[in-house]
Design a protein around this ligand. Structure first.
Ligand code: MN
Length: 351
């Protein structure tokens, strides 16, 4: 029995060049493999899972994608083979008992897989981490692959698929990888977009991936409830620090009145960040259980993950988040005071 959190075979590629052949050796030895990503999953986590799923199937692996959260409606197009399942301990316990490997994508902190992490740690299942977020110093990974420079976790999955393929990458894998790269780069517009992202896009186009349909499925498929919720918050944006900081609140009341779901808020912080003159946007999203979900977005170069860290969260320099306990008023005061303290000087000197 191995101790959870002990790196095996020296496989700790923590933001140093990743030897994907070594990663492949770990995967080759595993017969039963589970894939997962963080709660409230995004296109990168889901697309990465899909990208590697079809490859592992081709390798003859017994593989399942089990996520803590349900698959959001706009990603259903990746699920024509019903590959995405919501983790249910009762239903999946037996299958997981003799699991050889769990691969986690895009999580940052493993605890963001919630009940999946609980079960996996308790049962000492080996975990391979593939991510472009920094993780806490103490973690439960047996094999660790982090590339902070990768625009998306999907770019890393692409690297892995490239090392040992004799035939072209499966079309369905490419759809997943395109989804991951497109969503994490704001459709190839954000500052993290690299030539490699475009090379991946070219390969997708050359393999007849209908990239415009992927875009439409995700971004031109707004439920009415989401647009109604948008109307409610857009008329109530607060500006601070010479209008370089913009923040807004989504309350449970607004959610109920719009008949909206949690996943409907996805992208709202990016929208507010897009306002002329605004460098940093903050969303304060009231949850049912007297906590609030906080999202920070920066146009760059103003770093905001230090604020998220201060509030017990984390993330990238320009896109980060936290969960803060307390009622809406308390959390709002704390988040805005803390953010202003961190940003005051940075924004003042920013031209
Ligand atoms: Mn990502």
């Amino acid at each position: 029995m191995r101790n959870p959190g002990v790196i095996e075979n020296n496989m700790d590629f923590n933001n140093i060049g990743i030897d994907w052949k070594k990663v492949n050796n770990v995967i080759l030895k595993a017969d039963k493999i589970m894939l997962t990503t963080h709660e409230n999953p995004d296109g990168d986590g889901l697309g990465s899972e899909c990208g590697i799923y079809y490859h592992l199937k081709e390798m003859g692996k017994d593989v399942k994608i089990l996520n803590y959260s349900d698959l959001p409606a706009q990603y259903q197009f990746l699920n024509t083979d019903n590959i995405f399942e919501t983790f249910d301990l009762n239903e999946h316990k037996n299958w997981m008992m003799d699991l050889d490997l769990l691969i986690v994508f895009d999580v940052g902190d493993f605890s963001r897989t919630r009940t999946v992490a609980d079960f996996v740690i308790k049962n000492k299942i080996k975990v391979l981490n593939i991510d472009h977020h920094p993780h806490p110093e103490s973690h439960n990974f047996s094999y660790n692959c982090v590339d902070l420079k990768a625009a998306a976790t999907g770019c890393m999955v692409y690297d892995y698929l490239k090392i040992n393929r004799v035939s072209p990458i499966n079309k369905k894998s490419l759809e997943g990888i395109y989804t991951a790269v497109m969503t994490d780069t704001g459709s190839f517009r954000y500052s993290n977009t690299t030539g490699k992202c475009h090379k991946i896009a070219i390969e997708c186009l050359e393999n007849n991936i209908e990239t415009h349909k992927i875009f439409q499925s995700i971004y031109e498929n707004n439920p009415k409830s989401r647009v109604e919720l948008m109307g409610k918050f857009l008329s109530n944006i607060h500006y601070e620090l010479d209008e370089k900081l913009a923040w807004f609140v989504i309350t449970q009341d607004m959610l109920i009145k719009s008949n909206a779901r949690h996943s409907d808020v996805e992208g709202f912080s990016d929208l507010v960040r897009s306002i002329k003159g605004v460098e940093v946007s903050i969303m304060i999203f009231e949850q049912e259980n007297s906590t609030c979900r906080i999202n920070f977005r920066s146009k760059g170069p103003i770093v905001i993950n230090d604020i998220a860290n201060e509030l017990g969260g984390g993330g990238h320099p320009f896109a980060a988040g936290a969960k803060v306990e307390g009622n809406l008023k308390e959390v709002k005061d704390l988040v805005i005071t803390t953010s202003k303290k961190f940003l005051k000087h940075k924004l003042k000197t920013f031209k």
